[in-house]
Each structure stands twice: as structure tokens, then as C-alpha cells.
Write a protein that binds this ligand. Structure first.
Ligand code: ASP
Length: 322
């Protein structure tokens, strides 16, 4: 299938700043970064690179930006530390790599990719993952270098709320991800995150779990998720969508069923980005918004945060603290 028209979709999380709290300036900043990310991935595809290289290029841009909860900008856990997770999967041979609970890696998606290409394993975690990184020549970061004042203040707000036992619904889903179709007709998906703010240390969400937060198979589609990780794990969200597509359900219907029916019934707030081997794209979410951008097989770029006119209303619209 060499000569296929490439396409890419990215997300910067389903826990967007609410419309009410969004300023023109902030929105412009987020849109510019989404555009930089999607264009970085698309450039790689147009240069003939693989879908997994494109996914990494797109995710690196968001990991390096403090605007998103991945790499630089990752949330703090309850112990005041960073524990980052990432995974990547190639649709062409079901190769996959993942890392969980790393705190010294600037771009966790790069390490996930290295686990895929240079180890016999699919997932490495914590100290073992970082020892592997050292052996692979990765630059080790001081964990304190991931500090951002914005995320620290967010942790303090959540702690205060929990102490006051306020019954409030707050989500911090600004994980990043990308899915792509390359000129060879191969699909890939990747996801990178700091997890959820104030999570218990040792907690691992869906993002590094193949099948839950990330999945790609050339016989169906590529999916990257963002949202309430525990629910996405229970419903094997990414694989769930791919399996439906493999059995003949159109991509948009499969993604919509999982996000707006199965996950909604389970109270699982969030969304996914998905692309199939024909370049069809789906970006359903059941939250107020989802930072997202795409460049389709015709070269048309779209950058969106909230629901477009005509898009179905999500059933789980909460008080979201970015
Ligand atoms: N899904 C991520 C997790 O549960 C959070 C997110 O999407 O921001 O770790």
C-alpha cells in the first residue's frame, strides 16, 4: 500500500479549561501548540517516515510544552512527585513499548519507543525503566526539573478540596496522544501523561497500558485515549474500539459507542482520537471539550477544543480544572 495518503490526529487531553474560564489569549496559545504538534507529525509523514516516528514527533512537541500534562508540565502525585507513563504501538506487527512511573525522563514517549525497539519486553516501570534508559544513553533529568508552578498550585487546590471533603467533580485530563497513517499504509498510536493530579504514588492509569489507553492494528485502527484511566482500563477502551472495527463496524460508530455509551454508563469521563487504515478519523469525547487537531488524507487541518456545531452533546460535562 505504498503511496497511501498520510493523515494524523493528536489530542492534548479531554480535561480542557471550561469555556467559561478560557481566555482568548490562553486559547490562542493552546491552539498554536496543537498546530505545531500536528504539523510536526504531518511533516514526518510527508517526508516518508513511519507512522510511529510521526506519532513521536507530534507527542514530543506537547511533552516539551508546559501547557499539557506530559513531560514538562506533568501533574504532581499525592506525594508531591512526578510519575510519568507513556506507550506506543505499531499497527504493522503489533509491536509495542511502554513505560510507567518514570520521573527522570524528559520525553517518556521516546523511552516507550526504545522499549519497543531495543528490548524484548513491552513494558518497563520505575527504577528498572530508568536503568534501561541510562543504558540506552538517555539523558537523565533531575526530577525537580519537572516542577511547574501551575501544576504545584493545582495540587494545593485539590488537597484543600479533599480536606474540606467537598463533593466536587474535578478532572485533570490533559494527557497527550497521537495516531497516524503513513504512506506505507501503516498505523501507529502513542500516548504520554503525568497521570492524574494527586494520584496515589504507584498508581498507573490507562495511558501506558496497551489496549486501554493505546492500541494500533493495521487490520482495524489506531487509538489514543484520555480521561478517567481506571474506567478506560476496565473497559479496555482502545482495543474495544479496534475490535469493533475489525468486526466490521465503521470507525466513527465504534469510537462513539465506546466513548458515549459504554464509558458514559460507567461514569468514565474522557475521549479518544482514532484513525483507520483508510484515513477515516474519529474524535469523540464525553467531556466539555478535548484539545485536538488533525490533518486528513486531503491535507485539511482542523484544530478544535470544544464541541463543533452539530456534534452530539457529551453526557458527562463536569467542573473541569485544567
Ligand atoms: N488517562 C490518564 C490517566 O488516567 C489521565 C488523562 O487522560 O489525563 O492517567
Amino acid at each position: 500500500m505504498t503511496g497511501a495518503k498520510p493523515a494524523i490526529v493528536i489530542h492534548g487531553g479531554a480535561g480542557t479549561i471550561t469555556r467559561a474560564d478560557m481566555t482568548g489569549e490562553k486559547e490562542a496559545e493552546i491552539r498554536a501548540k496543537l498546530q505545531e504538534s500536528v504539523q510536526a507529525g504531518y511533516r514526518a509523514l510527508m517526508a516518508g517516515e513511519s507512522s510511529s516516528r510521526a506519532v513521536i514527533a507530534a507527542i514530543n512537541v506537547m511533552e516539551d510544552s508546559p501547557l499539557f500534562n506530559a513531560g514538562n508540565g506533568s501533574v504532581f502525585n499525592a506525594a508531591g512527585n512526578h510519575e510519568m507513563d507513556a506507550s506506543i504501538m505499531e499497527g504493522a506487527g503489533l509491536n509495542a513499548g511502554a513505560v510507567a512511573s518514570v520521573s527522570q525522563i524528559k520525553n517518556p514517549i521516546d523511552l516507550a519507543s526504545r522499549v519497543m525497539t531495543d528490548s524484548e519486553h513491552v513494558m518497563l516501570m520505575g527504577d528498572g525503566a530508568e536503568e534501561f534508559a541510562r543504558q540506552q544513553g538517555f539523558k537523565m533529568m533531575d526530577p525537580a526539573s519537572f516542577y511547574t508552578d501551575f501544576r504545584w498550585q493545582q495540587l494545593q487546590r485539590i488537597r484543600a478540596r479533599e480536606q474540606a471533603k467537598a463533593d466536587q467533580k474535578d478532572q485533570w485530563y490533559s494527557t497527550v496522544g497521537a495516531v497516524a497513517l503513513d504512506m506505507q499504509g501503516n498505523l501507529a498510536a502513542g500516548t504520554s501523561t503525568g497521570g492524574t493530579c494527586n494520584k496515589r504514588w504507584g498508581r498507573v492509569g490507562d495511558s501506558p497500558i496497551i489496549g486501554a489507553g493505546t492500541y494500533a492494528s493495521n487490520s482495524s485502527c489506531a487509538v489514543s485515549a484520555t480521561g478517567h484511566g481506571e474506567v478506560f482500563i476496565r473497559h479496555v477502551a482502545a482495543y474495544n474500539i479496534c475490535q469493533r472495527v475489525e468486526l466490521g463496524t465503521p470507525l466513527s460508530e465504534a469510537a462513539d459507542t465506546v466513548v458515549n455509551d459504554i464509558l458514559v454508563k460507567a461514569n468514565g469521563e474522557g475521549g479518544v482520537i482514532a484513525i483507520d487504515r483508510y484515513g477515516n478519523i474519529a474524535t469523540p469525547f464525553n467531556s466539555e471539550g478535548m484539545y485536538r487537531a488533525s490533518i486528513d488524507t486531503g491535507g485539511a487541518m482542523d484544530i478544535s477544543i470544544y464541541r463543533e456545531d452539530g456534534e452530539a452533546e457529551g453526557a458527562l460535562v463536569g467542573n473541569v480544572d485544567h
